[in-house]
Unconditional design. Structure first.
Length: 64
């Protein structure tokens, strides 16, 4: 005997309308798109710090 769900059942993700039909409603205009320059800057700093730590450890182990 199959188990019946307790709450409301959500419709499947692949509904009857094509995927491009609802895309116009959810896309952001160029003015509303979030900028990621700060994220990119922080990521570059993080990668530089990681490379620097790797270099320090490399030279420390070379000079042992």
């Amino acid at each position: 005997m199959p188990h019946e769900p307790d709450g409301p059942v959500t419709p499947p993700a692949h509904g009857s309308e094509p995927p491009s039909a609802g895309a116009e409603e959810t896309e952001l205009s160029p003015e509303e798109e979030p900028t990621t320059t700060g994220t990119l800057f922080i990521m570059v700093l993080f990668l530089m710090a990681l490379a620097g730590m790797w270099g320090i450890m490399y030279f420390t182990l070379l000079n042992r």
